[in-house]
Design a protein around this ligand. Structure first.
Ligand code: SF4
Length: 359
């Protein structure tokens, strides 16, 4: 047996045998939620260890008011909404973009924000609005798009922004829930921001963070690392720390070029999170000097449930599991989603249903 396979065997044995006080760790990254399901990691844990999914899927945290605003714009005669595929099926207050597209609204699906450039150049009399959702990982791409629009003098593209930032929502969770003992920190976000992003939160709320990668091995090491950190902090009275279990990609300070590009075009703003409400300073909006590229992102953004029984809000806060929702897998399925957590492939409800997860 090699050293690494011996270590992994030991880790699996520790995770399965743990019998101390309950520990709950939140992952705040949709890709981690999907990878944990895919690799069956929650099935390796003792009944006392809990992985809970937080607000880390950008589509899942987008409020219904944002979808409704996209739908309004898509009904204007000269405007086309351009978006990623999963956002098309997210329910607004009454409909999704996919439903209104069937009624004549103009909606295009793309794989990258940069794809809007060829659409705009081919149809200069039409207006294009990109549905700009995402976290720190995606915002640099929107900044690159703006660079391109300006350098090519393209004037028929705007962004409707619902961009979010991680530290503020993690801080909000620490202040409003008692269930979270530590965080599996998002590797993609940390690649841009650096792992130091989490140090102020770690110190203020006295919870450990482990930045995790996405392969089965990387995730398993980080999951073990964060549970063990909680145990050691409790037993030995150690100060919680931020540890980087994804050093091949994440540095302490991150990608400063990307951060500079984002700061050139965007500034901090309050943001509405689906099911949670407004969190101060948790979003990014276009700076005033670039407002000609804004499609009305500052308009009031409400959040209403399509189906009152949907428990997305509780799930995003780590207060409920998908199986606690009475609609899970019956009324609400990927083909007929009642809430955003069932739409995105990174959404908790979608993942729990596809992989028959119960915990
Ligand atoms: Fe909402 Fe559907 Fe999840 Fe229930 S199963 S919480 S209705 S997304």
């Amino acid at each position: 047996m090699t050293d690494i396979s011996h270590k992994i065997t030991q880790i699996k044995e520790w995770l399965a045998a743990y019998d101390g006080p309950d520990i709950s760790i939140m992952e705040v990254c949709g890709s981690h939620t999907a990878a944990i399901s895919k690799y069956g990691i929650s099935g390796l844990l003792s009944e006392k260890l809990h992985l809970i999914s937080g607000p880390g899927c950008p589509v899942c945290v987008t409020p219904t008011g944002y979808i409704d605003r996209l739908i309004e714009l898509s009904m204007e005669s000269d405007t086309t909404i351009v978006t990623f595929g999963d956002l098309i099926r997210v329910p607004g207050r009454k409909n999704s973009l996919a439903e209104v597209k069937g009624e004549g609204a103009r909606v295009e699906m793309v794989y990258s924000p940069m794809d809007i450039l060829s659409l705009a150049k081919a149809n200069p009399k039409n207006q294009y609005v990109f549905a700009a959702v995402g976290f720190e990982t995606t915002t640099p791409v929107y900044a690159m798009l703006l660079e391109q629009l300006i350098s090519e003098h393209i004037t028929n593209v705007k962004l409707l922004t619902a961009l979010k930032t991680m530290p503020e929502v993690i801080g909000w969770l620490c202040e409003h829930t008692e269930e979270i003992d530590g965080f599996l920190a998002p590797g993609h976000v940390a690649a841009v921001t650096g792992s130091d992003l989490f140090i102020p939160l770690c110190e203020k709320y006295r919870v450990p963070f482990c930045v995790a990668g996405f392969s089965a091995e990387e995730l398993l090491l980080a999951v073990y690392g964060i549970f063990k950190a909680v145990v050691d902090d409790r037993e030995k009275g150690l100060k919680p720390e931020v540890k980087n279990y994804y050093p091949s990609v994440v540095t302490a300070r991150g990608n400063e070029t990307a951060a500079g590009l984002v700061n050139r075009y965007f500034e901090s703003c309050d943001a509405v999170w689906r099911g949670i409400g407004t969190i101060s300073g948790s979003g990014r909006k276009l700076r005033k000097e670039f407002e000609q590229f804004d499609a009305g992102s500052d308009l009031p953004m409400e959040d209403h449930k399509k189906n009152q029984a949907c428990r997305c809000d509780q799930i995003l806060m780590g207060k409920a599991l998908p199986g606690d929702c009475p609609l899970f897998g019956t009324v609400c399925t990927p083909m007929n989603p009642q809430g955003a957590c069932m739409v995105s492939e990174e959404g908790s409800c979608h993942q729990y249903l596809m992989y028959h997860r119960t915990r």
